[in-house]
Design a protein around this ligand. Structure first.
Ligand code: SF4
Ligand code: SF3
Length: 543
């Protein structure tokens, strides 16, 4: 196997024996093949569009679900991935029969196999290392990972019945371009930036889907303690699953808690009416081995990040959507239909209540609508000098000790700074008592990683309010933590919006070749992180 798509890749170069995430070589191989056949399906769909034929929503959803399945920590189940490869090949054959100019298609569109016995050999031939030129490989992977993140956000929007054909067509044509040997480095750099543009569109679509379904997030105090009844813990990013679970558990005597990236569900008005929606249990995804153990009840993983579970609670772990884990029960669903969570609810009734980890409250809900409602207060605080800088610390959390940098960095920030966050990166500092400035908390949590979109909307609004021509003239520092591929699309979206000098850590992506890294450094001022002391000096001397 060879995988280097996430920040925790072995030795900062690539996982070759087994994933640091727990991904086994056979699963890695089937993921590589699923990406390949999805590219083949996309190239075929792209050709059909060129021939003015319609591509169905089923195909669009298949592409996004397949890509989502291969995101870090989303799906460890080889059998599910093989099933997806077969159904993708089947759909592709149907499309292929409608293509007039088959000569225009790449090998990936022509390859098929009726038996899975051929899969390992093909997978070995089409993995990341099959592109020999390291710069082309780097750009192809950067684009593919950005598209994986974009596909995940698109799928969430699709689940809430929001589709954007242009977005799907872009995802598919770009996947096809990653197979095209005639594209130059410059072409691929341009495609990388275009991916960022669609990243903004994808996050905007999801924002519309979430807020039109559940209202605009508002300032909310979230309980981090526990109740006395058995509970179900729900994690991941899918708000439609959240809604269905809350509805189906109402009046059953079962409480519902969020974990990790599902915490922002508490900020939505539509979910506040459920009295059995108790609070958030625990921390970011990587602490689940201890926290799922002590939760005592069943856990529903709607998306990444899954840590392959311990036997002691494996029977309590359920997956749905693109998520999957061998030995865990999967709840199927269809867009527009209600899923049936009754097995999980019945399971919860047999369980003990959760063990208390902590007590208290955390505050969040500072997505664009809420922050813009506070705009006068915020602008006055900036004008009076009470707030000197905003520090965007959005992104992902992870298990490596080096990430304690972000806790120390948050603590070391001058008291006249405000942290803008989104994603599970927040768990590194959202329980610190960092205080408030004129009633505005010093940590403003917009929501999930996709709500980084909110941070961009806020920045653009501030630019307008202060009458600036350039987003980079705002008193905003970007010190972003990344881990998986959703953070890649967030990064590309920020680059597209013209944001410069983003610091990315705890390490730069292994998939950036020295030349590609140089392009990002020279054109966008992308940089890594060093020590808290150095970085604080750097950020606060710059102005
Ligand atoms: Fe390694 Fe990350 Fe790939 Fe898992 S997802 S195999 S940790 S690079
Ligand atoms: Fe976290 Fe996986 Fe990225 Fe949505 S849950 S931010 S790491």
């Amino acid at each position: 196997m060879f995988c280097f798509q996430c920040q925790e890749t072995a030795g900062c170069t690539g996982c070759t024996q087994v994933g640091v995430c727990g991904k086994k070589p056979e699963v890695a191989a089937m993921q590589d093949l699923l990406v390949y056949v999805t590219k083949g399906l996309s190239a075929t769909a792209e050709q059909l569009r060129k021939e003015n034929k319609k591509v169905s929503r089923t195909i669009n959803h298949m592409v996004t679900t397949n890509l989502f399945t291969t995101i870090t920590n989303a799906n460890f189940d080889e059998a599910t991935i093989i099933k997806r490869i077969f159904s993708t090949l089947e759909e592709k054959e149907k499309l292929l029969s409608q293509v007039e100019n088959k000569d225009a298609l790449p090998d990936a569109a022509r390859w098929t196999s009726a038996s899975k016995d051929n899969f390992p050999e093909k997978a070995a031939a089409v993995g990341v290392l099959s592109t020999e030129n390291e710069d082309i490989r780097s750009l192809r992977e950067l684009i593919t990972y950005g598209l994986k993140g974009l596909a995940a956000y698109t799928k969430h929007a699709n689940t809430l019945l929001q589709d954007d054909e242009k977005l799907d067509a872009f995802i598919q044509s770009s996947l096809a371009k990653t197979l095209d040997n005639s594209l130059s480095i410059n072409d691929l750099v341009a495609l990388t930036l275009e991916t960022g543009k669609y990243g903004v569109d994808g996050m905007a679509l999801l924002d519309k889907a979430n807020t039109s379904s559940y209202g605009n997030p508002e300032i909310t105090k979230v309980n981090i303690g526990v109740g006395t009844r058995p509970g179900i813990l729900i994690s991941g990013h899918d708000l439609r699953d959240m809604e269905m679970l809350l509805k189906q558990t109402e009046g059953t005597g079962i409480d519902v808690y969020t974990h990790s990236e599902m915490l922002p569900a508490h900020y939505y008005p539509a979910f506040k009416k459920y009295s059995h929606f108790i609070g958030n249990y625990g921390n970011a995804w990587w602490k689940q081995k201890e926290e799922f153990e002590s939760f005592n009840g069943p856990i529903l993983m709607t998306t990444n990040c899954i840590v392959p579970p311990k036997d002691s609670y494996k029977d309590r772990l359920y997956t749905t959507g693109a998520a999957g884990c061998p030995g865990c029960k999967h709840i199927d669903g269809e867009v527009g239909k209600e899923k049936d969570f009754s097995t999980i609810i019945e399971h919860a009734k047999r369980c003990a209540p959760p063990i208390e980890l902590e007590r208290g409250e955390i505050v969040g809900g500072f997505a664009h609508n809420q922050v813009l409602a506070l705009a006068d207060t915020v602008v006055d605080a900036v004008k009076s000098g009470a707030i000197k800088k905003f520090v965007v610390m959005a992104g992902c959390d992870g298990r490596h000790k080096t990430r304690n940098y972000y806790t120390d960095f948050a603590k070391a920030l001058p008291k006249d700074t405000v942290i803008l966050t989104a994603g599970c990166a927040k768990y590194k500092y959202n329980k610190l008592d960092l205080g408030a400035i004129g009633g505005v908390p010093r940590v403003l949590d917009a929501g999930q990683c996709n709500d980084s979109y909110s941070l961009a909307v806020i920045a653009l609004k501030l630019k307008e309010v202060f009458g600036l021509d350039d987003i980079n003239d705002l008193p905003i520092i970007y010190n972003i933590a990344w881990y998986e591929q959703k953070a890649v699309i967030v990064l590309l979206a920020l680059l597209y919006l013209g944001v410069k000098n983003i610091h990315l850590g705890p390490t730069l992506p292994a998939f950036l070749s020295p030349n590609v890294a140089k392009v990002l450094v020279e054109n966008f001022g992308i940089a890594g992180i060093t020590t808290v002391e150095n970085d604080i000096n750097l950020f606060f001397d710059e102005s």
